[in-house]
Write a protein that binds this ligand. Structure first.
Ligand code: GLC
Length: 479
């Protein structure tokens, strides 16, 4: 049984465009009318426009910390055999930090004479995978290389070139190397790792008399409620907690954190391969999150992806946010209204002892259908090299996959929390069941995030969890 993933719905897209200031009020009204939206929903979308604020990363131009061409060439000895060769590398969606990626491409081209070209990927990782799978199914060489998600090596292995001879120098995290290795190849070189974090507004915690960020989900709820009530007088749109509730891979990450931190374990037991999702703890965790929607979190959170949550947070309009480390440097950027007013730490526990951060991260991958494999491999070696990872950590807060960089004084000066959370980043995060489900992982995840999104938008938690578990068992029986 194979299921196809369909694009997120147009209402979410409209909401997102409004939130990110891409549309005028008139355009919003026009699209909303065409979609037949209720006036309540239209009101929510129009208000979204005033919630967002895009932070620009730094006063200085991005790429400032990347070493010079000479220094890099001294250290990496990149091949100049590819001068004049053009190839396409698909990265992420355009964002306030895109200029940093562009600077890396420019530096590589300057050193090697090649023409590595950045292709923009979809914001939703679920959509990006769909696009790559279609491209590879046609054996098309248009995308020579790409960033691939930590959950994709099993899905993309058959389309990959072995990268084991392109790994740059460095003490790469062993668990991620293993994750990216299938029986016969290294499918991706670890470029940066990721872990879910709780962002908290320290100025507001203090103002409302709390000692520090919440340890438990109960505390988070209490604090979010109190701060929201207090802020409502001056800032009616102020909300307590923003996160990723849209039906896409990001919700799999958030929901796994809720489940695990309530003592509900993982979706599939990594040892026995049993589907362990249908537990009282998981159901209680989903019930709790459902209770946030429309109370301490906006109703529209069930359509949010990372950048939607960040826009609200960065606009100074929420007390807490669940997000990945990338949001840190943006929040701290020049002119940001929340600069020096927040901290990051572990997400709260639900059972009194278990904290959970879902393991994320991206790898550099080369397609078997590329006509420019050697040039693309050299580019991957460059992208994942220690000096480039160091610059990426300093400027855009993406977590290195090379252990020694966590002791680098420049990195720690820019990202002081790396030291505190090192254990989480260096192997303490909770993986999604991508190794267990291998090429069926995407189906497992779609079942999970679709079910959880249904619960968040009103479905019964117990019966929905039971049917999700049954469906995942059915998928896994195809293995
Ligand atoms: C981040 C993570 C990635 C995850 C995605 C979900 O990009 O690094 O692993 O799948 O978020 O939205």
């Amino acid at each position: 049984m194979r299921r196809n993933y369909l694009n997120p719905n147009p209402v979410n897209n409209l909401y997102r465009d409004a939130l990110h200031g891409r549309l005028t009020r008139r355009q919003i009204m026009k699209r909303g009318t065409a979609l037949g939206l209720s006036s309540a929903l239209m009101g929510t979308i129009l208000r979204a426009e005033s919630l967002g604020a895009q932070g620009t990363p730094e006063g200085r131009e991005l790429g400032w910390s990347i070493p010079s061409a000479e220094e890099l060439q001294d250290e990496l000895q990149l091949s100049t055999d590819f001068a004049g060769v053009t190839f396409n590398y698909m990265g992420g969606a355009d964002s306030p930090t895109t200029a940093f990626d562009d600077a890396i491409f420019t530096r590589f081209n300057e050193i090697t004479g090649a023409n590595a070209t950045r292709v923009q990927g979809a914001q939703s990782t679920t959509d990006r995978l769909q696009f790559l799978l279609q491209t590879f199914a046609a054996q098309a060489g248009d995308i020579d290389a790409a960033d691939i998600d930590v959950i994709w090596p099993g899905i993309l292995a058959s389309h990959a070139v072995d990268l084991s001879d392109s790994v740059p120098e460095g003490d790469f995290f062993e668990a991620i190397m293993q994750n990216n290795t299938t029986s016969d190849k290294l499918v991706g070189i670890p470029m940066f790792t990721d872990a879910g974090l709780l962002y908290s507004r320290t100025d507001l915690l203090e103002e409302y008399g709390f000692d520090g960020p919440p340890e438990t989900w109960d505390e988070l709820e209490e604090m979010a409620q109190a701060i929201m009530e207090g802020e409502a007088a001056d800032t009616p749109q102020f909300t307590g907690f923003v996160w990723q509730g849209n039906a896409y891979e990001g919700l799999t990450c958030d929901a796994l954190e809720w489940q695990y931190s309530h003592g509900g374990g993982q979706i599939i037991d990594p040892e026995t391969l049993e589907v362990t999702l249908n537990s009282e703890q998981a159901i209680a965790a989903f019930e709790r999150a459902k209770g946030w929607v429309g109370t301490i979190s906006p109703q529209a959170v069930t359509g949010y992806m990372e950048e939607d949550a960040r826009a609200v947070w960065q606009g100074g309009n929420s007390a807490f946010m669940r997000n990945w480390p990338y949001a840190y440097s943006l929040g701290q950027s020049e002119g940001s209204v929340i600069q020096d007013k927040f901290t990051v730490g572990q997400l709260p526990t639900g059972d009194g002892e278990t904290h959970a951060a879902t393991l994320g991260g991206w790898q550099a991958f080369v397609s078997q259908y590329s006509q420019n494999q050697d040039a693309a491999k050299e580019f991957c070696r460059f992208m994942c090299s220690a000096p480039v990872q160091k610059a990426r950590a300093i400027e855009v807060a993406l977590l290195p996959t090379i252990g020694s960089l966590y002791q680098d004084p420049d990195v720690l000066a820019a990202q002081p929390y790396y030291e505190l959370l090192f254990d989480v980043f260096a192997g303490g995060a909770v993986p999604r069941p991508s190794t267990q489900a291998a090429d069926l992982y995407n189906e497992v995840s779609i079942t999970y995030f679709t079910g959880v999104n249904q619960i968040l938008t009103g479905a019964d938690a117990a019966s929905t969890t039971e049917s999700m578990a049954a469906e995942i068992e059915d998928i896994m029986s195809d293995l």
